[in-house]
Write a protein that binds this ligand. Structure first.
Ligand code: HEC
Ligand code: HEC
Length: 294
């Protein structure tokens, strides 16, 4: 009995110490990004490629309102309901007082200024693959957007998912920066890979997840259930599942029209609110990547 107790006295703190070590946040420091160029005009393109407003603007916002990042949109999931925070440059309600390094860390590492892990409802797992100079330019652009004085709402998430430290384990299991498409055949496809896998986070909806919410990379873009909904499905977009031409896909991302002149529905409407503001070349790059999927 004493031996067991003594073993427990050693093993429990050791276990906790290991848990603490492997779940520690890993921020980006000001010195890491100090030498990078930041160009707000380039950042604007990154902003729309990354679809930030689709989640952080008010639901169904269009036009100028799409640039007011007050938050408030709800994201139901099997783990609870997440609510997008205010990321406008408002100094009190938004992120106006954050340093560039703090914002880049949030986007690429999923770590808050206080060192807490963010929930992967915020697709930092995809943004981690982005070029840090692009993200710094994105931050410069976001500082030009209108400040909005709207307070954040707390997420509706129960135990144990409300303990953010456990997300360190999630990151350890599912977070990697490897490209899914290994060898792009040309520059357009490579650009498309960057836009889809890193910025566009298309897989976050179009790829199924395991029970812990990790993306199943073996079933990349083959379609998935809609989180928090009993029915309905996000369609697969691999060539086997979708027989559209690259031009059809590019047109859909621009106007929302399908080849049979239906209009896009569901979550895709908000995605197209962003992709409609990309250049024709970038939309073609995305379509080229999708046509090259296995
Ligand atoms: C799919 C929806 C979604 C997209 C797309 C998205 N976010 Fe978020 N974001 C969230 C959610 C949900 C949270 C809250 C995460 C948490 O509290 O753990 C969040 C949190 C944040 C935070 C932390 C704010 C705070 O107060 O702590 C920042 C900064 C942020 N997002 C910036 C961005 C930027 C920049 C982009 C585009 C590159 C982006 N987000 C794209 C859903 C999204
Ligand atoms: C927030 C979830 C979400 C994200 C992110 C997302 N999609 Fe979609 N997508 C959907 C849904 C839902 C539909 C079905 C739309 C409908 O029912 O009209 C769809 C439909 C599509 C279709 C048409 C498929 C068909 O059979 O009608 C294409 C092509 C597509 N998405 C490409 C993309 C690309 C490229 C990206 C990344 C830039 C992307 N999607 C990101 C949810 C998403």
């Amino acid at each position: 009995m004493m031996r067991l107790l003594r073993a427990a006295l050693i093993l429990v703190p050791l276990g906790l110490a290991i848990f603490w070590w492997i779940t520690r946040p890993d921020p980006i420091l000001a010195a890491d990004i100090a030498a990078l160029p930041a160009d707000p005009e380039k950042g604007r393109a990154v902003f729309f490629a990354a679809g930030c407003a689709g989640c952080h603007a008010a639901p169904e916002a269009t036009g100028e309102d799409f640039l007011k990042l007050a938050g408030g949109r709800q994201f139901p999931s099997d783990f609870g309901t997440f609510i997008a925070p205010n990321i406008s440059p408002d100094p009190n309600f938004g992120i106006g007082k954050w340093t560039d390094a703090q914002i880049v860390t949030a986007i690429m590492k999923g770590v808050s200024p206080k060192g807490a892990h963010y929930y992967p409802a915020f697709p930092y797992g995809s943004y981690a693959k982005a070029d840090p100079a692009d993200i710094l330019s994105l931050v410069a652009y976001m500082r030009t957007l209108p400040p909005v004085a709207v307070a954040n709402q707390p997420h509706k998430v129960g135990f144990p998912f409300n303990i953010r430290r456990t997300l360190g384990v999630w990151k350890l299991l599912f977070q990697d920066e490897d490209w899914v498409m290994q060898d792009p055949e040309n520059e357009l496809q490579e650009r498309g890979r960057y836009l889809v896998e890193a910025l566009g986070h298309c897989a976050e909806c179009h790829t199924p997840r395991n029970i812990l919410g990790g993306l199943e990379k073996d079933s990349w873009m083959t379609g998935a259930p809609i989180p928090g909904k009993a029915s309905g499905k996000t369609p697969g977009i691999t060539p086997q599942k979708l027989d559209w031409t690259a031009a059809d896909i590019a047109e859909y991302l621009k106007s929302g029209f399908t080849p049979t002149f239906d209009t896009a529905g569901g979550e895709m409407v908000t995605v197209i609110e962003s992709t409609s503001r990309l250049t024709d070349e970038d939309r073609l790059a995305i379509a080229t990547y999708i046509k090259a999927l296995p």
